[in-house]
Design a protein around this ligand. Sequence first.
Ligand SMILES: NC(=O)c1ccc[n+]([C@@H]2O[C@H](COP(=O)([O-])OP(=O)(O)OC[C@H]3O[C@@H](n4cnc5c(N)ncnc54)[C@H](O)[C@@H]3O)[C@@H](O)[C@H]2O)c1
Ligand SMILES: O=C(O)C[C@H](O)C(=O)O
Ligand SMILES: [Mg+2]
Length: 609
Amino acid sequence: MWRNIAGFSKAAAATAAARTHGSRRCLSTAIPGPCIVHKRGADILHDPWFNKDTGFPLTERDRLGLRGLLPPRVISFEQQYARFIESFRSLERNTQGQPDNVVSLAKWRILNRLHDRNETLYYRVLIDNIKDFAPIIYTPTVGLVCQNYSGLYRRPRGMYFSAKDKGEMMSMIYNWPAHQVDMIVITDGSRILGLGDLGVQGIGIPIGKLDMYVAVAGINPQRVLPIMLDVGTNNQKLLQNPLYLGLRQPRLEGEEYLEIVDEFMEAAFTRWPKAVVQFEDFQAKWAFETLDRYRKKFCMFNDDVQGTAGVALAGLLGTVRAQGRPLSDFVNQKIVVVGAGSAGLGVTKTAVQAVARMAGISFAEATKNFYLIDKDGLVTTERSKLDPAVVPFAKNPAEIREGASIVEVVKTVRPHVLLGLSGVGGIFNEEVLKAMRESDSCKPAIFAMSNPTLNAECTAADAFKHAGENIVFGSGSPFEHVQLENGNVGHVNQANNMYLFPGIGLGTLLSGARIVTDGMLLAAAECLASYMTDEEVQKGILYPSINNIRHITAEVGAAVLRAAVTDDIVEGHGDVGPRDLSHMSKEETVDYITRNMWFPIYSPLVHEK
Ligand SMILES: NC(=O)c1ccc[n+]([C@@H]2O[C@H](COP(=O)([O-])OP(=O)(O)OC[C@H]3O[C@@H](n4cnc5c(N)ncnc54)[C@H](O)[C@@H]3O)[C@@H](O)[C@H]2O)c1
Ligand SMILES: O=C(O)C[C@H](O)C(=O)O
Ligand SMILES: [Mg+2]
């Protein structure tokens, strides 16, 4: 058992993955409540939310005017499920030996077609097979999907607001057919994973993140909304592509840009005042600017800045535990962060704050053991035109020279941790990794957090091969565990914000918090950091298996909710008021959260005109 960084909450939650159920649209009951539908016949078959395909029982076929529109035999949900899994496995067999990209896109297509047809079955196969399917609907395949989006596009999903819609958004928002929206993920496509500016094609990211919200956090899929804010693109290849589906103009800048985002935020919160908005994959300058601009005004957070920071902090604390040292030793860890963008700066700032808090020193003093490297090398005070956001972390050039390379910094500093958020594949090369063998840590940690796979700073196999078999390893995209020469298995952690953003959104939503506070974000990180047992952490396992992600998400959601109560910003959710929330014990909060997580099962459909 260990105490967390703030020292106020208790350690490791049980890791047993409690399956969390909650019936469709009603709270968890053994028999699902009926679902009111305002359409009949073929219209129902074409609505993926209501459609049960061959699963419609005969009585429902009668009631809903479906008789004759389906083959006569009724197939059970379990049979439909098995049928889909079999077609997926057969696709795997039939594409063996084909290039990875071709196989990945084929898998994405088959899942996407199911999503378009039958949401209940889609989310059920996602939940039950999250380890296999997350890499398809999320990183890395989602990156490939975004790159090829204009060609893959078949039917719309989510909403598109473009620079041409200025002045119209307040009415456009009412075009969205669902009455209630709980979770919105928005991007402007300007920094999609490590793939750069993909313009309108970046819509794949909000779709993938919201799929995770449904599968992992149990957000009702009828209440999620992916948003693309198309303000143009600076990607010349896209601008020249005749099939490109976005605005063919350079990106708006300055006030013109902010006016578009302002207008969207006003429109969205006017229609759905209780929604939570997640900003995703905005280029650094707009990520920071919009976070500053909206975080006190709207219920929003930036996943790349804040979600990533929490996951990285949990990983950094886990690294200290993996060394067999007390958590208080975190203040002595030397940490090199490569990449000073929205993610790298968010991580560095949060980790420095944690050191300052633990050691009882100022933020400035706490930066001593942190080294920040960007595309021009080590950031020092000598650099001309220093970005104000990196100023607090700039080193004295007397310690190491301005612009020093990664390998130079690693050799000089002998860091405990080397963490990459640069978006540049392979920059933790053999020389850099070998230099980590001289680390002052008995268990050096390497986090290659950039996505997708080809943009990772190094592969898992190379990290264990060159940096040594005793390292702790984390990567943003999944890699296979590594068979080590010493007979052990080199564990690969997926250091990805997917372990936090679903719980942050869920806890915020179910508390009815007006805003997302630092206290809520810290609680999320602490919950993740304390989730693993000492025994697991000693083996280099810092995060739960993705198979347990629904469980950790409920725990994170509860931690976020309780922090919101502490910060006195909750307004309640549905029938549950702020007083009810504040009287819940920790266990009751987890129970409240899990009972409100949607779970895909067919409900009886009842037609109403
Ligand atoms: N694992 C996760 O959960 C997670 C979360 C957020 C972002 N990311 C990944 O992190 C990467 C960066 O995201 P971001 O939003 O910070 O991007 P960004 O564009 O804001 O920042 C990139 C940073 O990397 C630096 N850089 C570029 N080339 C470099 C080089 N050769 N050497 C050293 N530094 C270099 C840039 O100067 C910049 O500071 C992306 O690949 C993204 O997918 C991962
Ligand atoms: O999308 C991910 O997989 C993580 C992160 O948000 C990223 O931008 O890379
Ligand atoms: Mg992101």
